[in-house]
Design a protein around this ligand. Structure first.
Ligand code: ISL
Ligand code: CA
Length: 561
């Protein structure tokens, strides 16, 4: 029997503040801008807001490079604005979780400035410094997520420091208990301001194999794959248990770990049911590689529905009554879901509603990324100079330096770049889509005149109102939250269908994942006479007891009558 918890029954809305709403017309989204739109988020039916980093930062990685955990980033506002946002969220019976980025800091953080100053500085081993191998080589051949080596040489102290991301994001040394206690104090400081939990950035990277073995390297790779030596490391469980005992277990909060290549086994171990879960849930990435090579996000792969079905079946069944799951298809690191998994042209509305139906009927806590609810799409800037994401810019520089044709690289960037999800939120069809009265920090998606909140709120059949309905349906059908998950029509290549069952409540979901029309003789697994249609993204469906016609991206939710 699964215990009921508020964070299991919530729907989360992720805000990337820089791109959400600019209240003081400096071209950058800010906290006051979020406050202005809080009723819009409430209207959607949201319970929890996940706020991406708002801490002081030089913005090399848009806030994921923190230089002061207790200050608000220049341009986002100040602590009073943040306390007002927390108040306004709570005042509307919603909750807020903040982004906890503690695998690394900015190199402009005082700790690192001290650490770099000299080998015997008290902050030296807040970070990971190594002499390196002889003949001036770093300790390992690991490749940074953002290109290049994960080591940078410091002349001053004649040692290398580790950074899994950019060289301006030095990794913290979690083996240092003094450093860990400083992090726990920061967490308490924020929790005592009334926040309701944390999303923990790359949290399964904090424990490293300190022998720094070289990673596998392809024949024409400059660097090796270090992930086996910094993912799910030897002390990870110990650190999270300590974090629980020293901070988390004292609060009724929600935690979600961002855990790249974690596996369901770890999810069951870390996000187990019970009050002393080290993490309430995690983000896995397995659905993020159904359209790309698992170890190279820039290499395209055809989507195969059977693989998607397998991933959902595995996670849903392995975690059932053991651990809790998160459900997402997009975020600030991923392309726009309607462009990636649906169709952002002819069937934009239908496919966006189909994807939302899939997410809102799965076990786990759903996360909606800003703009998803109005079907915002990928962007295709022709000029690399329009891109802002450090990962994208580094990729373009490194690939063109290798002599790859520019337009080939730009095409990959159109499909994969994180900036697809970072163009300004599209509020209306006025100047800068109502995001700002001055030129935004990143160009808008030119389709904002067609795709925007104001237009969506005027259309009864908009994607927004479909999300609103689905969220309400989920809330009123506990089977969609807590129900056992059973895949049906398992071997069908085009239809995704499953049942959800909880106590005497049963739902049946039938989804046409692609754009082909399907006439399908239902097997005896499904007798539609037992069910009544609750909602369809076409408004209706002419099904008989065993024959069903599915139109492009058609998605149906039935309840057992
Ligand atoms: O999109 C990715 C790059 O290939 C992901 O691997 C992502 O970088 C990784 O999962 C970590 O993401 C998180 O940490 C990064 C930050 O850039 C991302 O925005 C954040 O979500 C470093 O803090
Ligand atoms: Ca602003």
């Amino acid at each position: 029997m699964v215990e009921r918890r508020w964070w299991k029954e919530s729907v989360v809305y992720q805000i990337y503040p820089r791109s959400f709403n600019d209240s003081n017309n400096d071209g950058i989204g800010d906290i006051q801008g979020i406050i202005e739109k809080i009723d819009y988020i409430k209207k959607l039916g949201i319970d929890v807001i996940w706020l991406c980093p708002i801490y002081k930062s030089p913005n090399v990685d848009n806030g994921y490079d923190i230089s002061d955990y207790r200050k608000v980033m220049n341009g986002f506002g100040n602590l009073q604005d943040l306390e007002k946002l927390i108040f306004e969220i709570h005042n509307r019976n919603m909750k807020i979780i903040m982004d906890l980025v503690v695998n690394h800091t900015s190199d402009e953080h005082d700790w690192f400035i001290n650490s770099k100053e000299s080998k015997d500085n008290p902050y030296r081993d807040y970070y990971i410094w190594e002499k390196g191998k002889n003949e001036n080589k770093p300790s390992s051949n690991w490749e940074s997520f953002f290109g290049g080596s994960t080591w940078t040489y410091d002349e001053g102290t004649d040692e290398y420091y580790l950074h899994l991301f950019t060289e301006k994001q030095p990794d913290l040394n979690w083996e240092n208990p003094e450093m860990r206690n400083k992090i726990y104090k920061i967490m308490r400081w924020w929790l005592n301001k009334g926040i309701d939990g944390f999303r923990m950035d790359v949290i399964n990277m904090i424990s490293k194999d300190k022998d720094f073995p070289d990673g596998e390297k392809g024949p024409n790779d400059d660097f090796g794959d270090g992930t086996p030596y910094f993912l799910n490391g030897p002390h990870l469980y110990e650190y999270l248990k300590e974090m629980g005992e020293k901070v988390l277990f004292d609060y009724d909060i929600m935690t979600v770990g961002e855990t790249y290549k974690f596996g369901w086994e770890n999810a069951v171990k870390f996000a187990k049911v019970g009050d002393q879960d080290l993490l309430n849930m995690v983000f896995h990435f397995e659905l993020m590689s159904v359209d790309r090579h698992e170890d190279n996000k820039w290499v395209k792969k055809e989507i195969n529905l059977k693989e998607i079905k397998e991933i959902y079946k595995k996670w849903n069944n392995k975690l059932y009554n053991k651990a809790w799951n998160s459900i997402y298809l997009g975020n600030h690191d991923q392309p726009r879901i309607v462009s990636r998994f649906g169709d952002d042209q002819k069937y934009r509305k239908k496919s966006a509603k189909m994807l939302a139906t899939m997410m809102m009927t799965m076990p786990g806590t759903p996360f909606i990324y800003q703009g998803e609810e109005i079907g915002m799409t990928n962007v295709a800037f022709q000029d690399i100079g329009k891109y802002r994401d450090v990962e994208t810019i580094n990729y373009y520089r490194l690939q063109t330096k290798k002599g790859r044709p520019r337009d080939e690289v730009i095409k990959e960037i159109h499909r994969v770049s994180r900036d697809n999800s970072r163009t300004p939120m599209q509020w209306n069809d006025q100047l800068n889509a109502g995001f700002s009265q001055s030129t935004p920090w990143i160009d808008l998606n030119p389709n904002y005149e067609e795709i925007n909140v104001e237009k969506a709120l005027k259309e009864d059949d908009s994607i927004f109102y479909y999300y609103q309905k689905l969220i309400e349906i989920r809330k009123n059908n506990l089977a969609l939250i807590y129900g056992r998950y059973e895949t049906i029509l398992e071997n069908n290549e085009d239809i995704f269908s499953y049942k959800r069952e909880y106590k005497n409540k049963k739902n049946l979901i039938i989804i046409n994942f692609f754009s082909d029309k399907i006439n399908f003789n239902l097997s005896d697994e499904i007798n539609l006479n037992e069910y009544s249609l609750l909602i369809s993204n076409y408004g209706n469906n002419s099904y008989s007891n065993n024959l069903i016609k599915l139109r492009p991206y058609e998605s149906l939710i039935f309840t057992l009558s």
